[in-house]
Every structure is written in C-alpha cells, then in structure tokens.
Design a protein around this ligand. Structure first.
Ligand SMILES: Nc1ncnc2c1ncn2[C@@H]1O[C@H](COP(=O)(O)OP(=O)(O)OP(=O)(O)O)[C@@H](O)[C@H]1O
Ligand SMILES: [Mg+2]
Length: 424
C-alpha cells in the first residue's frame, strides 16, 4: 500500500457500539499507519479525530461494563460473616491501634480505612462524640506508607482564631506582636507524614480559606513571609458536626468540604452495635484493672443488663469512663449503686439491706431473708433492664402472674418506667 486512500480513512468514521468493533478499528488504523509512506495533513487530522471518538467510545463501553459488573457483584461475591471480615483484616496485617469491635458498620469503616491508608487522598472521619474518630485517624496513618513519618494532631476547635494561621503555617520573627522568633507551623512539622485536623467543623471561615489553598497547591507561607514552602502532608480530618448542613447554612465552605471528603469514613454510635457492649466491657475491665493495679472487677447481673441497654450519648468514651469508675469504686463486684447518680434508675441499686447483711449481727433467719431479698431484687432489676421496663413481658419470662410481679416490684421500690430506654 503506497498511500492511504481517502476511503480507507472514511471507513473509520462514526461511533463504535462494541469492544469487537473498536478493536477492529484499531487494527485497521495500525495497518494503515504501518503501510503508509506518508500521510497528508488532512488525513492525519481525520485519524486524530477518529482516535478521539474511539477513545470516547471505549471509555463509555468500559463505564457500562463496570456498572454491569458492579450490578452483578453482590450475586457473585460470597457473603462473609463479620468474623471472616475481621479475620481477613488480621490476615492482611491491618493495624487496629486498639480499635476494638466487629460490627458490620465498624468493619465497613476499617475496610475503607484499609483502602484509603496507602494513598495520599484526604479522608474525612465523622461520627458522634466518643465513637473513636481520633483512634481511626491513627489507624489510617499507621496502615499507610507514612507510618514511620510524623503524625501531627491539631484540634481546630481549641485554637483561638487569631492564632490559627500561625499555628498551622508558622510565622517569621516580627510577623506580629509576640512573634519573637521564626517558628514552623503544624503543616511543616507534619511534612512527609499525616496531619490530623480534629473538630474541623469548628474551624473559622478565614482558616477554611487558607486550608483550601494548601489542599489545592500543597504550598504554605509562614505568616509574615513571602516565601512559598512546599509541604507533602496527608490530611485526615474529623468532625462530629453535620458539615453538609453547615455548608447549606454558609458556615462551612462547600469547596473545602468536597476536597476534604474525597474518602469518607463514618463511625457507628455505640447504641447501633449493642451486641458488642459485653466484649467492650470485658476489654475495658481488664484495661482498667491493669492501670489501677488491681484484679478485674466482677459485674452484677443487673449492672450487666443495664450496660447492655443504656443508650451511651457519649459512646465508647462514656462506656470506658464508666468501667474505669466502677473499677475504682467497687470492691469485688460492681453493682448499680456504683453508677453515677444521674444515669442510675431511681429505686435501683439501693443496697441498704445488703449493707445490713455485711455490717450487722443478725440471726440466721434474718440473714437468709435479707440475702434472698437482695438476690430477688437483683434478679428483677436485671429483668427490667432486659425487657426495657416491660412488666407484661417480664412476667411472661419469669412465668409469674403480672399482679404478683407488680407486688414484688413495689416491695423492692422498683419502678418499671425508670427502666424504659432513655431518648437522648
Ligand atoms: N472501637 C474502640 N475500641 C476501643 N476503644 C475505643 C474504640 N473507640 C473509641 N475508643 C476509646 O474511646 C475513647 C474516645 O475515642 P476518641 O477520642 O477516638 O473519640 P472521638 O470520636 O475522637 O471523640 P470526640 O468527638 O469527643 O473527640 C478513647 O479512649 C478511645 O481509646
Ligand atoms: Mg476526638
């Protein structure tokens, strides 16, 4: 073939409906180019146009194919139990940094963190207070290539507005009153590593603008200096605020929100994973015992029932603090009476009779009666927690007549409505 004929090139015009068609066109182009001695400018332009169309077609086809495979994926993928998903993470040497749990939502968060960690993409962690956002930021750092580089944590809510810029980006001597020497900011300290911007929702708008600039250009300037400094810092941010709502209200910049939340990790509230409470209780009981230097406490049946039903507005932090408190106050066995007053159901956990048992000289009959009463009360309390204060349900479980159960509750000063779930 001495010269490419115009009709050969024309034959390639138009869209392509299948991979087979696209590959055929590519083959024709290849052979045309291989055999052509020279191409005219118009033919080159036309070939370039056709290549452009072909590229678009291929992108479209691959997009359709990706969606087709995604749609069929749930059928194809074998469902995994929570245990298997957790074991998979362990096998892949995922670093948990002490984050404990196997609930599906937490596993989702771990798996997103696992994929995000080796990249440099910004991650936004959200979740209620005390759900482990700070721990998760450390998990992301620890599982990435920057693990042995600095991890710098900044609480955006704790820095006064006028110091924010200098805190983040540093300053030069004389930049403002009190700037007596040059100082590097947190971004420079975190160079090569990760910066954790905690409570990002508390950052004032002016700081948000500055932060956006860093995200766009990976450059900073110390306050009072014209020098531009390149920083290679991976950003992980966290918030317990609804940033989307703040964007709508104009208190958080939408462009910043989208840049920060390239990857989003949401941590579940503790009340969404009550099945894990007993395991967490055990975990924190051991931790508390170790840090207090004493034997792990036992928990009374009613206390265990309470801990399982409680709503935890302060999430895992609240549970952990509670266990530390119980471990400190209780001797041997912790009961409802060791709970903070504001969350303890009224009438529960009064241990007057128990204390009589421990401290008074009583007859055998009296001792037996008091011990039996205390055990009965404990049993009823636990049942009330377990049923959420539903007396009919409890009567059924205990195989007792409802009226008789009411009498027993009254005898022990237990009010069923005190055991109904609290709305936070
Ligand atoms: N899944 C978990 N396993 C074990 N400990 C946890 C877990 N999640 C949180 N904790 C513990 O709970 C406490 C609170 O966690 P963290 O400070 O990470 O929460 P947070 O979401 O950042 O809270 P806040 O919004 O109040 O800043 C810490 O002591 C942490 O060690
Ligand atoms: Mg935090």
């Amino acid at each position: 073939m001495a010269k490419v004929k115009i009709q050969d090139v024309e034959a390639l015009d138009g869209g392509t409906a299948s991979y087979g068609g696209a590959i055929e066109k590519i083959e024709i182009m290849r052979s045309m180019l291989r055999w052509a001695n020279e191409l005219e400018r118009s033919q080159i332009d036309r070939l370039l146009n056709q290549l452009g169309t072909l590229r678009e077609d291929l992108l479209r086809l691959s997009h359709t194919e990706r969606f087709a495979s995604l749609a069929s994926e749930p059928v194809a993928r074998k469902p995994q139990s929570n245990r298997e998903r957790h074991a998979g993470l362990v096998e892949r040497e995922f670093v948990f940094e002490g984050v404990f749990g196997e609930s599906p939502k937490l596993l989702d968060a771990f798996e997103i963190a696992e994929k995000a960690a080796p990249t440099n993409l910004p991650v936004l962690i959200d979740g209620e207070s005390g759900t482990g956002k700070e721990l998760m930021a450390k998990v992301i750092h620890a599982n990435g290539a920057r693990a042995d580089k600095p991890y710098v944590s900044v609480n955006c809510g704790a820095i006064p507005e006028n110091l924010l810029e200098s805190e983040l980006f540093g300053h030069v001597k004389g930049a403002f009153t009190g700037a007596s020497s040059n100082r590097a900011g947190r971004f420079e300290s975190a160079d090569q590593g990760t910066i954790f911007l905690d409570e990002i929702g508390e950052m004032p708008l002016i700081g948000q603008v500055k932060l956006l600039r860093v995200l766009q250009s990976a450059e900073i300037q110390r306050v009072g200096s014209d020098e531009v400094i390149n920083v290679d810092t991976r950003i992980v941010a966290a918030t317990n605020r609804d940033l989307k709502k703040m964007c709508a209200e104009g208190t958080f910049r939408e462009d910043l929100y989208y840049r920060l939340s390239v990857i989003n990790v949401t941590l579940p509230a503790l009340r969404e994973r009550p099945d894990e409470i007993p395991l967490l209780v055990e975990f924190f009981t051991d931790e508390a015992a170790e840090s207090l230097g004493r034997r792990p406490i036992e928990l009374s049946r009613s206390l265990r029932a309470f801990l399982k039903k409680y709503e935890y507005p302060g999430n895992i932090r609240e549970l952990r603090n509670m266990i530390f408190r119980l471990s400190c106050l209780a001797e041997g066995t912790a009961g409802l009476e060791h709970l903070p007053e504001e969350i303890r159901p009224q009438g529960s956990g009064r241990k007057a009779d128990k204390s009589r048992l421990e401290h008074e000289e009583l007859s055998l009959a009296e001792t037996k009666r008091l011990a039996s009463d205390a055990a009965e009360k404990e049993y009823l309390e636990a049942g009330l927690f377990e049923t959420g204060g539903n007396v009919t349900e409890l009567a059924k479980r205990l195989d007792l007549n409802r009226a008789h159960l009411q009498t027993l509750l009254k005898k022990h000063g237990l009010k069923s409505k005190e055991f109904r779930p609290r709305k936070n």
